[in-house]
Design a protein around this ligand. Sequence first.
Ligand SMILES: *Cc1c(COP(=O)(O)O)cnc(C)c1O
Length: 382
Amino acid sequence: MLPFLRSDLAQLVVYTPHPGGAHAAAEEAPMAIDRLDTNESPIDLSDELKQKLSWVVQHELEANRYPDGAHMRLKGAIAEYVSESATLQAPITEEQISVSNGSDELIRSILIATCLSGEGAILVAQPTFSMYGILAKTLGIPVVTVGRSPDRFEIDVIAAQTAIDHTQDPPIRVVFVVHPNSPTGNALTEAELEWLRSLPDQILVVVDEAYFEFSQTSVVGELAQRPNWVVLRTLSKAFRLAGHRVGYAIAHPELIAALEKVRLPYNLPGISQAAAELAIAHRDTLLSTIPALLAERDQLFSIWSRHPRLQVWSSDANFIFLRLQLGDRPEQAEVTLDQVFQQLRSQGTLVRKISGGLRITVGTPTENQRTVERFQKILETL
Ligand SMILES: *Cc1c(COP(=O)(O)O)cnc(C)c1O
């Protein structure tokens, strides 16, 4: 290892964008790959919107100039969208919004603004989105982990509260939750929300609503009473803009000011800002495909939940989490799961193997049909 690198870096496990290996799979077999492993929208932007974006690139964006580093127009559009999609006493304003290069950047800004320099640790309930822990570790921030109930993946709030009460040097400063959770698809329950509401002001509660457009459940309406809460959203999922890397945070203006302070000055390229503005302006069209996608999800759920070899959880998002039920052979579970995963992959269906199960993104009807057929055949051989 290079002698000038931090000693803990060697142990750091990085996020693997396509753990099944989109490239590897494509090299082995030249076929269309169904990428159902990263929860993006299966539908690209329309030609019409791409042409509009090209027009902006051609006629409005100056490549030699820095982009708007304040993102005021985009913040205005986001504020309007967030306000119309929640029941609020007062509309959300630009001062309550920070925009980032994917919501991953905001996770890092939150960590920098709260826990860096030995000031705090974070709490996560596993299984959950891996980036909180990964980014914390890149910054040398301790990660405290608690579990979830095995049947419904509810956070073990007793263990979480105990961890908060007893963790010192540094204390827990931030609790990260996903609503609905990834990889398991469950939205926060009233009991979990009650516990989050009971946390004191010196603990920041991050509610990651990456899948809000699918679940339609949000805590944005509570932000006015809770200066220690921040909601994260992204345009990478329902808004079909994963390639343009746009995320945003909604919170109290003072917290937003802190996040803006620690970010890079030109964190979002002009083309990404333009794409985000266009997508939000055309939100009615873009989001109109969601009901059909949810119907596909429910159909997948109903097919797989009837299969004796599968344990499937209902989902509030655009993916489904399931585990194999091997009954008499639980000790082979991990090996068998890996075989199923590899077979799906070799047939051209990429899913995510995670937390002892598979997380499968809802794709187009054709992709879903293929997944059902391939999966069915593989399960028959078990
Ligand atoms: C996909 C996802 C994100 C989005 O990350 P971006 O950096 O905005 O693409 C954030 N949080 C969770 C839980 C996700 O699943």
